[in-house]
Design a binder for this molecule. Structure first.
Ligand code: AHR
Length: 506
C-alpha cells in the first residue's frame, strides 16, 4: 500500500473556525458546580468568592471562549430568582434530574458571572422554557445586562453588582423534545419564537439567541425550527426571533441502557466508539443541508451545545452524578470531533463539550476526599488545539488512507484537519489504529515551510488515564518523529495517538 498522504493547500484558507467551537458546559449536576467549580468561601481549598482557584488556573490554559450554564435538563427546572441575594436566605429546591439531591442555590447568577470573568469566558446562559414563564426569562436578561435604574437593574445593584454584565449567548430552553417539556417540534417552535422575543437587547448588549435543537439525527426537528423562522432572505437575521439552533450528540460504545465502561474496553469497543464519534461528520453535514434549504446564505448558526462521551458511571459513585474516568480513547473522540468542526466552520458557530469538571467527558476531575485536581487526556487535546481558535480552516485531504468498516460505516483510521493564522499553520493528525503505528507524508503546497515542530499525545495502552497518584500518565510531549520530505514533511504517528504539527510559514 502506498504511504498515506495528507494534502494541504496552505495558500487557500477557508472559513474561520470560531473559537466558540471550543466552548464548555457546566450544569448543576453531580460534582460539576458543587465541589468542581464551587466549594464555598469557607472551604480549605483556595478560592475566590467560593470559586476554586486551581480549577480556574487550569482552565485558563485552554482559553475557554464561552461557558454554558445552568443546564442541560436542570435549566428547565431553574428559577433564577432563587439564586440571587444573601446565600443563606436563598430558597432550596430538588434537583430531580440529577440524583434527586437538594440544591441550595448557593451558586447562582452572580457566582456564574464571576466565574466567567475569572475564566475570561463569554457567558452562555440557558433559560427555562419547560417550567418557567416568559416574564421570568425577560427579567433575567434585564437583570443581567441593563445599565439604568430599571426594576431588574436596581435589584442587581441591591445584590452588590452595579455594572451590567455582557451576556452574548442565551439558550431558549433545552432538549424541549425531552427533559425540557416533552414537546412536539411544532409546539416548541412557536414557544421558541415567543420566548426569544422577550430576550431583549439592553443597551449595547446584543444577544445571540439559541433555540433548543435536535437530538442526534432528528432532522425533522431542525426542519421545523427552520421553517418557523420564515423568510430569512427577506429581512435577515436581525429580525429573526432566534439566531441559531442547537444539536446534541453523545458518543458511547453501548446503548443508553448500558453505555459501556470508561476504562475497561476491548479493541472492538475502541473502534466502535471512534466510529460513533466520527458520525458527527454525517450529523453536521445533514443538519446543515436541512438548514441550507431554508437559509442558503447561512445566516442561522448551528450550535452543538452538548457533545462528548457518555459512559457508565465509575463504580461506587452516585448513578445520577454522571462521574466517569477519561482515557486516551476519550482524547481521540475529542480530536475526531474537532476535525469535523473545522470542516464545518461555515455553519457550526459554537460547540460545548459536556461537561467541564467531574461530569461526563470532563477536562478536570477533582477528588471528593482530598480535593486533588487531575487534568484528563481530553484536557490535553483542547490545549494542543488552541492555535485553531479563530484560525482559517485549510482543507486537509487524506490520500491512500486506510479505513475499516464499523457499525455499517466506513471509519478512516487517520483523521486530519488544519488551519492557518498569523503566518503559521497547525495540522491535527489522529491515528485511530489501536495497534499499528503509521508514517504519513504532509504534502504541503502553496507556501514554504520556514520551521516546524510537533507534539504527541499517546500512552502505552488505549485505556490509560490520569489519577491523583499518576496525574501525567497521559500527557503531551514534544515529538521528534518528524522530518523534511520532498513533498513537505514526513511524520511518524504512534499507534493510538494524537499529533499536532506547527508550521512556520515563510
Ligand atoms: O449533559 C447531561 C444531560 O444530557 C443534559 O442535562 C441534557 O441536556 C442531556 O440529556
Amino acid at each position: 500500500m502506498p504511504s498515506t498522504r495528507v494534502v494541504i493547500d496552505l495558500d487557500l484558507p477557508g472559513a474561520t473556525i470560531s473559537r466558540h467551537v471550543y466552548g464548555h458546559f457546566a450544569e448543576h449536576l453531580g460534582r460539576c458546580i458543587y465541589g468542581g467549580f464551587f466549594v464555598g468561601e469557607d472551604s480549605d481549598i483556595p478560592n475566590e468568592g467560593g470559586i476554586r482557584l486551581d480549577v480556574v488556573e487550569a482552565l485558563r490554559e485552554l482559553n475557554i471562549p464561552n461557558l454554558r450554564w445552568p443546564g442541560g435538563c436542570f435549566a428547565d427546572d431553574y428559577h433564577w430568582r432563587d439564586g440571587i441575594g444573601p446565600r443563606d436566605e436563598r430558597p432550596r429546591m430538588v434537583n430531580s434530574h440529577w440524583g434527586d439531591v437538594v440544591e441550595d442555590n448557593s451558586f447562582g447568577t452572580h457566582e456564574f458571572m464571576q466565574l466567567c470573568e475569572m475564566l475570561g469566558a463569554d457567558a452562555y446562559v440557558n433559560g427555562n422554557v419547560g417550567s418557567g414563564t416568559v416574564r421570568e426569562m425577560s427579567e433575567w436578561i434585564e437583570y443581567l445586562t441593563r445599565a439604568d435604574d430599571s426594576p431588574m437593574a436596581s435589584l442587581r445593584r441591591e445584590n452588590g453588582r452595579d455594572e451590567p454584565w455582557k451576556v452574548p449567548f442565551f439558550g431558549i430552553g433545552n432538549e424541549a423534545w425531552g427533559c425540557g417539556g416533552n414537546m412536539r417540534a411544532e409546539a416548541y417552535a412557536d414557544l421558541a419564537r415567543q420566548y426569544a422575543t422577550y430576550v431583549r437587547n439592553h443597551g449595547d448588549n446584543t444577544v445571540y439567541r439559541i433555540a433548543a435543537g435536535a437530538n442526534s439525527d432528528d432532522y425533522a426537528w431542525t426542519d421545523e425550527l427552520m421553517k418557523a423562522l420564515g423568510c430569512l432572505g427577506c429581512d435577515g437575521q436581525g429580525s429573526s426571533p432566534y439566531q441559531a439552533l442547537s444539536l446534541h450528540y453523545y458518543t458511547m460504545s453501548g446503548s443508553w441502557e448500558a453505555k459501556g465502561s470508561a476504562t475497561e474496553f476491548d479493541e472492538d469497543e475502541w473502534y466502535l466508539t471512534l466510529s460513533r464519534a466520527y458520525r458527527i461528520e454525517e450529523l453536521l453535514t445533514r443538519h446543515s443541508t436541512v438548514m441550507d434549504r431554508h437559509d442558503p446564505r447561512r445566516r442561522v448558526g448551528l450550535v452543538l451545545d452538548e457533545w462528548g462521551t457518555w459512559w457508565d458511571v465509575e463504580p461506587g459513585t452516585n448513578p445520577g452524578f454522571l462521574y466517569q474516568q477519561n482515557t486516551l480513547r476519550d482524547a481521540l473522540v475529542a480530536s475526531v470531533h474537532f476535525d469535523a468542526f473545522h470542516r464545518h466552520a461555515d455553519r457550526l458557530v459554537m460547540a460545548n463539550i459536556a461537561q467541564t469538571v467531574n461530569v461526563l467527558q470532563a477536562m478536570l476531575l477533582t477528588d471528593p476526599e482530598t480535593g486533588a485536581l487531575v487534568k484528563t487526556p481530553t484536557f490535553h487535546v483542547f490545549a494542543m488545539n488552541t492555535p485553531h481558535h479563530d484560525a482559517q480552516a485549510l482543507a486537509a485531504h487524506v490520500v491512500d488512507g486506510e479505513t475499516r468498516t464499523e457499525d455499517g460505516r466506513e471509519l478512516p483510521l487517520l483523521s486530519a484537519s488544519a488551519s492557518t493564522k498569523d503566518g503559521a499553520a497547525l495540522v491535527s493528525l489522529s491515528n485511530l489504529d489501536a495497534g499499528q503505528a503509521r508514517t504519513v507524508v504532509l504534502d504541503l503546497r502553496g507556501a514554504e515551510i520556514a520551521g516546524f515542530s510537533a507534539q504527541v499525545l499517546t500512552a502505552a495502552s488505549t485505556a490509560d488515564h490520569n489519577t491523583p497518584e499518576n496525574p501525567d500518565a497521559v500527557a503531551p510531549a514534544s515529538h521528534d518523529g518528524i522530518r523534511r520530505h520532498e513533498r513537505g514533511l514526513e511524520v511518524d504517528l504512534p499507534a493510538h495517538s494524537y499529533v499536532t504539527v506547527t508550521l512556520e510559514l515563510a
